[in-house]
Write a protein that binds this ligand. Structure first.
Ligand code: GLU
Length: 232
């Protein structure tokens, strides 16, 4: 079990992400981390242990960005340390993950033949590089649809993109994922409790669905990448 959070806003998100991560700590406390997007850069910080040690190790007030994702980890693949802490990032994609990718070994071998370099021991990092690979030839929605079909196992995901700086993608199969609606901002979270201080307008992704979360809009898609309607 791990906890994930994502916020797309018109203001800085790092303080709210940290608040939500504290509410999610019951889901995992091996490590904590977050990534925000600002001025075309993915700012990734992570630390072994609890959210408190993340706060102690970094100056979070200076972590800018109106879009961000966060994670508390309960390790399944790879020891609990700061390298295996989420988010995991390539040069243009950053991912937080709750779940287990059962075909990560074979996907990793394939991605290494395509020139991808891996830094961690986690199953999660294959998701990052698979999306990066699929984005070489496909538009966002097609790349996400293809990636999710290639993954075996369970996941709730929050994904940000350096080159698409106004949105977060959320996706789920097996693991829970809530979508929340706030004033000039919208959210993803492993549970509604993580979003409670920000909103009580919440819906849940159903298995196989993914969504695009912008500060003023949320779009939902089925597993074939077709837009669907969903209300809270
Ligand atoms: N499998 C991932 C990891 O080990 C996520 C863990 C989880 O959701 O429990 O980092």
């Amino acid at each position: 079990m791990c906890g994930i959070i994502g916020i797309s806003s018109n203001k800085s998100v790092s303080a709210s992400i940290i608040n939500s991560l504290k509410k999610l700590e019951y889901r995992g406390y091996d490590s904590a981390g977050l990534a925000t997007l600002s001025n075309g850069v993915i700012n990734e910080i992570k630390s072994e242990g609890r959210v408190d040690s993340l706060e102690q190790n970094f100056d979070l007030k200076n972590l800018r960005g109106n879009i961000g994702i966060g994670h508390v980890r309960w390790a399944t693949h790879g020891v609990p340390n700061s390298i295996n802490a989420h988010p995991h990032s390539s040069h243009n994609v950053s991912v937080v993950h709750n779940g287990i990718i059962e075909n990560s070994t074979i996907l990793k071998k394939f991605l290494i033949t395509k020139g991808h370099n891996f830094k961690s021991q986690t199953d999660t990092e294959v998701i990052v590089h698979l999306i990066t690979e699929n984005l070489k030839t496909l538009e966002l929605e097609e790349a996400i649809t293809k990636t999710l079909k290639q993954l075996h196992g369970s996941f709730a995901l929050g994904i940000v993109f350096k080159d698409i700086p106004d949105l977060i993608v959320g996706a789920r199969r097996g693991s829970p994922l809530a979508v929340g609606y706030g004033p000039n901002e919208n959210y993803l979270g492993s549970d509604s409790y993580a979003l409670k201080s920000m909103t009580n307008k919440v819906t849940y992704l159903d298995d196989g669905e993914f969504c695009i979360v912008k500060k003023d809009q949320v779009l939902f898609f089925n597993e074939d990448g077709k837009k669907i309607n969903k209300k809270y």
